[in-house]
Design a protein around this ligand. Structure first.
Ligand code: ZN
Length: 338
């Protein structure tokens, strides 16, 4: 069944050539990701019942509890396509492998990291919270996101076998933290699953703002129809209203998102989403509180579709999650000039 109340727009679907199967496009993925032309289509997920185990992806039981960082109904109309030609021709896959290893201390222990990334701050936001499923009343409380009011937080999705998006996002976030800290970056996670629920999306944004983060990345996996595959990076639209004013972060966030997308494709072998973004792996949205309220460069990364069996096979693999973390971290490092 569908998880999106806002089905993919025709132009997105038409961008996928039916005679070019998913796997056949892999060899061009990095190139495709580097030739970024922004577009947008709001994803729309409905939270999944944990008891979906045993039911196939076509017939999961759904709970109309809350949407996962998804737009409100009708948000497709608000979703926008970025300006053509705004893609940076200099966007390239940035690899960390060419960097020299950290010097060893006198006892063979790693010396404190130095270099261009020392003193830089990155906030990683693990999407959702595994405990949100038990606190639906609390997370459904509306909070002010400047442009409108929206649910405090959402449950996120799960794979057909019950692996929670919130588990995935926290695991990848922790792996990213280790990678970035080894490069000398100060890393702050918005939560580590220690809370009863949340944090709320406005607080998630405030944590990045308060840290004066050089980059903020919210880690997610999507929950849409089986057959929809691939990653996409969500970029903030230009919005202004209440506490929301993204004018200063739109451009740097796009640069951050382009670098993350290119590196994610390189390290994971995944392609850009085949169901939105017209094959660019980039989507611009104006309805996410976590982006609208951010004053720091920020993107969301949707690493794959948990409701697709092939994507789920990747998302549930610790080895693949390490590759995903490496790709996102490499993109951040590239953005920071490391
Ligand atoms: Zn999510």
């Amino acid at each position: 069944m569908r998880y999106d109340d806002s089905p993919p727009q025709p132009e997105s679907a038409s961008s996928i050539s039916p005679d070019r199967p998913w796997y056949a496009r892999r060899s061009t993925l990095v190139v495709a990701a580097a030739a970024l032309a922004p577009t947008c289509l709001a994803g729309w997920m409905v939270s999944q019942a944990l008891s979906g185990s045993g039911s196939g992806p076509e017939q999961p039981r759904t709970l109309p509890v809350t949407a996962s960082h998804a737009s409100s109904p009708g948000a497709d109309a608000k979703a926008r396509t970025g300006a053509p030609g705004s893609a940076s021709p200099t966007t390239t896959a940035t690899t960390a492998t060419g960097s020299p290893a950290a010097p060893s201390g006198p006892a063979g222990t790693p010396a404190p990291a130095k270099g261009p990334l020392a003193g830089r701050t990155v906030v990683i936001d693990p999407g959702h919270n595994t405990n949100n499923f038990q606190h639906t009343t609390e997370i459904n409380r509306k909070v002010d996101i400047g442009t409108t009011r929206k649910e405090c937080d959402t449950t996120g999705t799960t794979t057909a076998s019950g692996y929670k998006e919130a588990e995935f996002s926290l695991d990848v976030s922790r792996r990213m933290k280790a990678i970035l800290e080894a490069r000398g970056v100060k890393v702050v996670l918005t939560h580590e699953g220690e809370r009863a629920f949340g944090p709320c999306i406005d607080e998630r944004a405030r944590i990045g703002n308060a840290a004066v983060a050089d980059a903020v990345v919210s880690v997610h996996a999507d929950g849409t129809s089986a057959g929809n595959r691939g990653y996409h990076v969500i970029l903030p639209a230009r919005v202004k209203g209440g506490a929301a004013d993204t004018a200063a972060i739109v451009a740097p966030s796009r640069e951050l998102g382009e670098k993350i997308g290119a590196n994610f494709a390189r390290t994971t072998g995944s392609g850009p989403a085949n169901y939105l973004g017209s094959g660019t792996g980039l989507v611009v949205r104006d309805d996410l509180g976590g982006l609208n309220l951010s004053t720091r460069p920020k993107v969301f990364v949707e690493c794959g579709n948990m409701r697709d069996a092939k994507d789920a096979e990747r998302l549930t693999s610790p080895e693949w999650r390490q590759k995903a973390a490496q790709g996102i971290a490499d993109g951040i490092v590239g953005f920071l000039g490391g």
